[in-house]
Ligand binder design. Structure first.
Ligand code: GTP
Ligand code: MG
Length: 198
């Protein structure tokens, strides 16, 4: 899919104030610093569209971007940043949950996982929660450039085994590097296919 336009629309802490429209939304979630905002910039080929940082906890609001004037990308705050105050974390969790559970146009939530790490409880529990709430999601492994091909493959195989203990059917899985622009076509094609089917 060709990205003709990608425009920032609005940032919000409250899902009730998010844009009202009839277009599909694709949101990006995952642990703080996993690479959500970087992935959005890579997918749209706009390096400065979403704000990124080497320090966790950069994105603190729900950010809407209108793509090709017919679908939205939503950048969400990360979860699980251990060094944030308890009240800060609870606030972010409220923002995230409010959006995920109430956004009528959320079509697919991309759950980002750092491909370097073993399956973490916080992510597995989060996905379980999505399942319980009937939220459609796909998994995106990030930062593949930080691993050798062999190590990457081992990690993905092991992650899938872990997921298989919890899920009868695995969600769609993508492997990306925002640094090396890998996995871009696959994710965009997936979004395009859903858009065409709506
Ligand atoms: P929060 O908004 O804090 O939740 O973080 P985020 O998930 O949006 O992460 P962000 O995109 O800000 O990236 C965090 C750090 O990881 C930055 O230093 C990025 O440059 C780096 N990063 C993101 N994606 C990649 C990648 O594919 N490869 C490499 N090597 N670094 C990456
Ligand atoms: Mg971010």
């Amino acid at each position: 899919m060709h990205i003709k336009s990608a425009d920032f629309v609005i940032s919000n802490s409250d899902y009730r104030k998010c844009p009202q429209h009839n277009l599909p939304e694709y949101a990006f979630i995952g642990r703080s610093n996993v690479g959500k905002s970087s992935l959005i910039n890579m997918l749209t080929d706009r390096p400065k569209l979403a704000m990124t940082s080497s320090k966790p906890g950069k994105t603190q609001l729900i950010n809407h971007f209108l793509i090709n004037e017919n679908w939205y990308i939503v950048d969400l705050p990360g979860y699980g940043y251990a060094l944030m105050s308890k009240s800060g974390r609870e606030k972010l969790q409220k923002i995230i949950e409010g959006y995920i559970l109430n956004s009528e146009r959320l079509t697919c939530l991309f759950v980002l996982i750092d491909s370097r790490h073993e399956a973490q409880k916080i992510d597995l529990e989060f996905m379980e929660w999505l399942g319980e709430n009937g939220v459609p999601f796909a998994i995106v492994f990030t930062k593949q450039d930080k691993l050798s091909a062999r190590q990457l493959n081992e990690n993905i195989v092991s992650y899938k085994q872990n997921l298989a203990e919890q899920w009868e059917e695995l969600p769609p899985i993508f492997i990306t590097s925002s640094e090396k622009k890998q996995g871009r076509n696959e994710v965009l094609q997936y979004i395009d296919e859903i858009n065409q089917s709506l």
